[in-house]
Design a protein around this ligand. Structure first.
Ligand SMILES: Cc1cc2nc3c(=O)[nH]c(=O)nc-3n(C[C@H](O)[C@H](O)[C@H](O)COP(=O)(O)OP(=O)(O)OC[C@H]3O[C@@H](n4cnc5c(N)ncnc54)[C@H](O)[C@@H]3O)c2cc1C
Length: 482
């Protein structure tokens, strides 16, 4: 089975996973709270089949259709091919779903491309296991979530020392065929709705780190001892017409507790090796994954621009200088995002082992700016939308024979726009930027690839390491400053 349908995806969630929502252990498939989100995720799998020309490619090993996000990129053509898929996948939710399965697929395919990092010391066993796992993901079209961050509670301490060290996920026992791990990880977006949890390196670790914490592995979400602790759910049981995002696209984040979880060795990809742990993230991971994340961001910003432009038309304010300036600013973020992706693809190169990834510089610069732009996009929606974001009737109310005629009479848009068209626009905008889910998505944009300050600081470090910044004395001398 490859390139699953929504129905097949839902079938795959029938297992013994331990999922807590509030004070209750819940069956994900049966709990009505999750119904909309499951519909949304199933819709993603149907979408990839409905848009097979963009989303699917032929699996080179079996000839069957597979997600283009699983291409191990070896050429500029591969990057262009998957670009098309990322764009199409993102359009399913207009970029509001961050953790659609194509996200972690890209990382996995990139790690397979850089198998040389795993084999650098001559042992092929970990690379072979990773390749087997990759084949399983391709052939079963599994949906993966990931957790790569230690649950740091004391930010004055290193990630795996003191109280942080007590919480960090680590190997506590070994058997002939497995490791047993205990600890926690943050934060699994899609946790309750994924097939597998992929754990791999996050922040680089220092030489004196406890090697028991240096891990990469993947396990089914139903593995014994793995506990998925959900945040409050923000999905709502309304029609997509009233809340297009909250009704289907709460991808549900979860804190992951590993209460003595046994991981079979054939699913362990890093076990105590600091060089592989740190090397994997430094040599192409960002360049690879950020092609996907930046394309999603571009689709989302472009959607936000068009939404805002239409809201401004609905109040006949699009030519007012203050509103036009906001619209131009928002357009610029989308345009700069597309430009950085183009630049990164144009300068793509072999990062080693034939793995062909984008140039990382434009994408890293974008990654650090993007949280600010996403927050600003929401501010612009609120500035342009104003009270209209809340003074909207539901679509059902517009269809109600008693109140509908009054809504049509008293709540139209400007320039002859009907009450229904106006309501659709402003309701969508509020769901995007102001609803409970909208607030959560904003937080996601701020942190899902680490915070902006952390990324700015990293960018500065990489810039200094590049050795490019040596011209200053000469430039000063040319200015006559001696
Ligand atoms: C909704 C959501 C979904 C997520 N999904 C996932 C997931 O599926 N898988 C996963 O692994 N992770 C996920 N994450 C990311 C992860 O869990 C952490 O939230 C993320 O790594 C940042 O956490 P932090 O507290 O360490 O942030 P930090 O980077 O420490 O930032 C916290 C605060 O400190 C400030 N700060 C940090 N560094 C500096 C600095 N150098 N200079 C100045 N100020 C600084 C920042 O401004 C920020 O306000 C998700 C996060 C969110 C919010």
């Amino acid at each position: 089975m490859t390139a699953r349908t929504g129905r097949q995806y839902l079938e795959g969630l029938k297992d013994d996973r331990t999922v807590w929502l509030g004070n209750e252990k819940v069956n994900v498939l049966e709990n009505p709270v999750f119904a909309g989100s499951l519909k949304g995720m199933a819709g993603y799998f149907d979408w990839q089949n409905a848009h097979a020309d963009d989303c699917l490619v032929e699996d080179p090993e079996t000839g069957k259709p597979m997600s283009a996000s699983l291409i191990v990129p070896r050429s500029a053509d591969d990057l262009q091919r998957r670009h098309r898929a990322f764009d199409r996948f993102a359009r399913y939710s207009n970029g509001m779903l961050g953790r659609t399965p194509d996200y972690v697929n890209v990382t996995l395919a990139g790690f397979v491309g850089r198998s040389d990092i795993f084999t650098a010391k001559g042992d092929t066993v970990y690379a072979d296991r990773l390749k087997c796992f990759y084949r399983e993901v391709v052939e079963k079209d599994l949906s993966l979530t990931h957790t790569i961050i230690h649950p740091v509670v004391d930010k004055a301490m290193p990630d795996t020392e003191g109280v942080n060290g007590q919480l960090a996920l680590k190997v506590v026992r070994r058997t002939k065929d497995s490791i047993i791990v205990r600890g926690a990880k943050i934060l699994a977006t899609l946790g309750p709705f994924a097939d597998e949890l992929f754990v791999y390196p996050g922040q680089p670790q220092p030489p004196n780190v406890d090697p028991a914490t240096l891990l990469a592995f993947s396990i089914p979400m139903g593995t014994k001892g793995l506990i998925t602790l959900c945040r409050d759910h923000y999905g709502v049981a309304t029609s997509p017409g009233d809340q297009p995002f909250s009704s289907r696209f709460d991808e549900q984040d979860a804190f992951m507790i590993f209460d003595d979880v046994e991981i079979p060795l054939d699913r362990v990809f890093i076990d105590g090796d600091l060089d592989v742990y740190n090397g994997l993230m430094r040599h192409g991971w960002a360049a690879n994954i950020m092609q996907q994340t930046c394309i999603r961001a571009a689709v989302k910003l472009e959607f936000a621009y068009e939404l805002c432009a239409r809201m401004a038309q609905a109040t006949n304010s699009d030519r007012r200088p203050d509103t036009a300036a906001l619209l131009g600013e928002l357009w610029g973020y989308g345009c700069l995002t597309r430009s950085a992706i183009k630049a990164a693809e144009a300068d793509a190169r072999d990062w080693g082992n034939g793995a062909f990834f984008c140039s990382d510089e434009p994408l890293r610069a974008l990654r650090a700016q993007m949280p600010g732009w996403m927050v600003r996009a929401n501010e612009i929606i609120k500035a342009i939308g104003s009270h209209n974001l809340l003074a909207t009737a539901s679509i059902e109310a517009i269809d109600n024979p008693e109140i509908g005629p009054l809504i049509n009479a008293f709540m139209p848009g400007a320039n002859g726009m009907s009450a229904r068209e106006r309501a659709k626009l402003f309701r969508t905008a509020w769901d995007f930027a102001g609803s409970a889910l909208g607030g959560r998505v904003e937080l996601y944009e701020r942190f899902y690839l680490a915070s902006a300050p952390r990324n700015f600081a990293l960018d500065h470090m990489f810039a200094q390491m590049s050795g490019q910044w040596t011209q200053f004395p000469e430039l000063m001398a040319e200015l006559g400053v001696v």
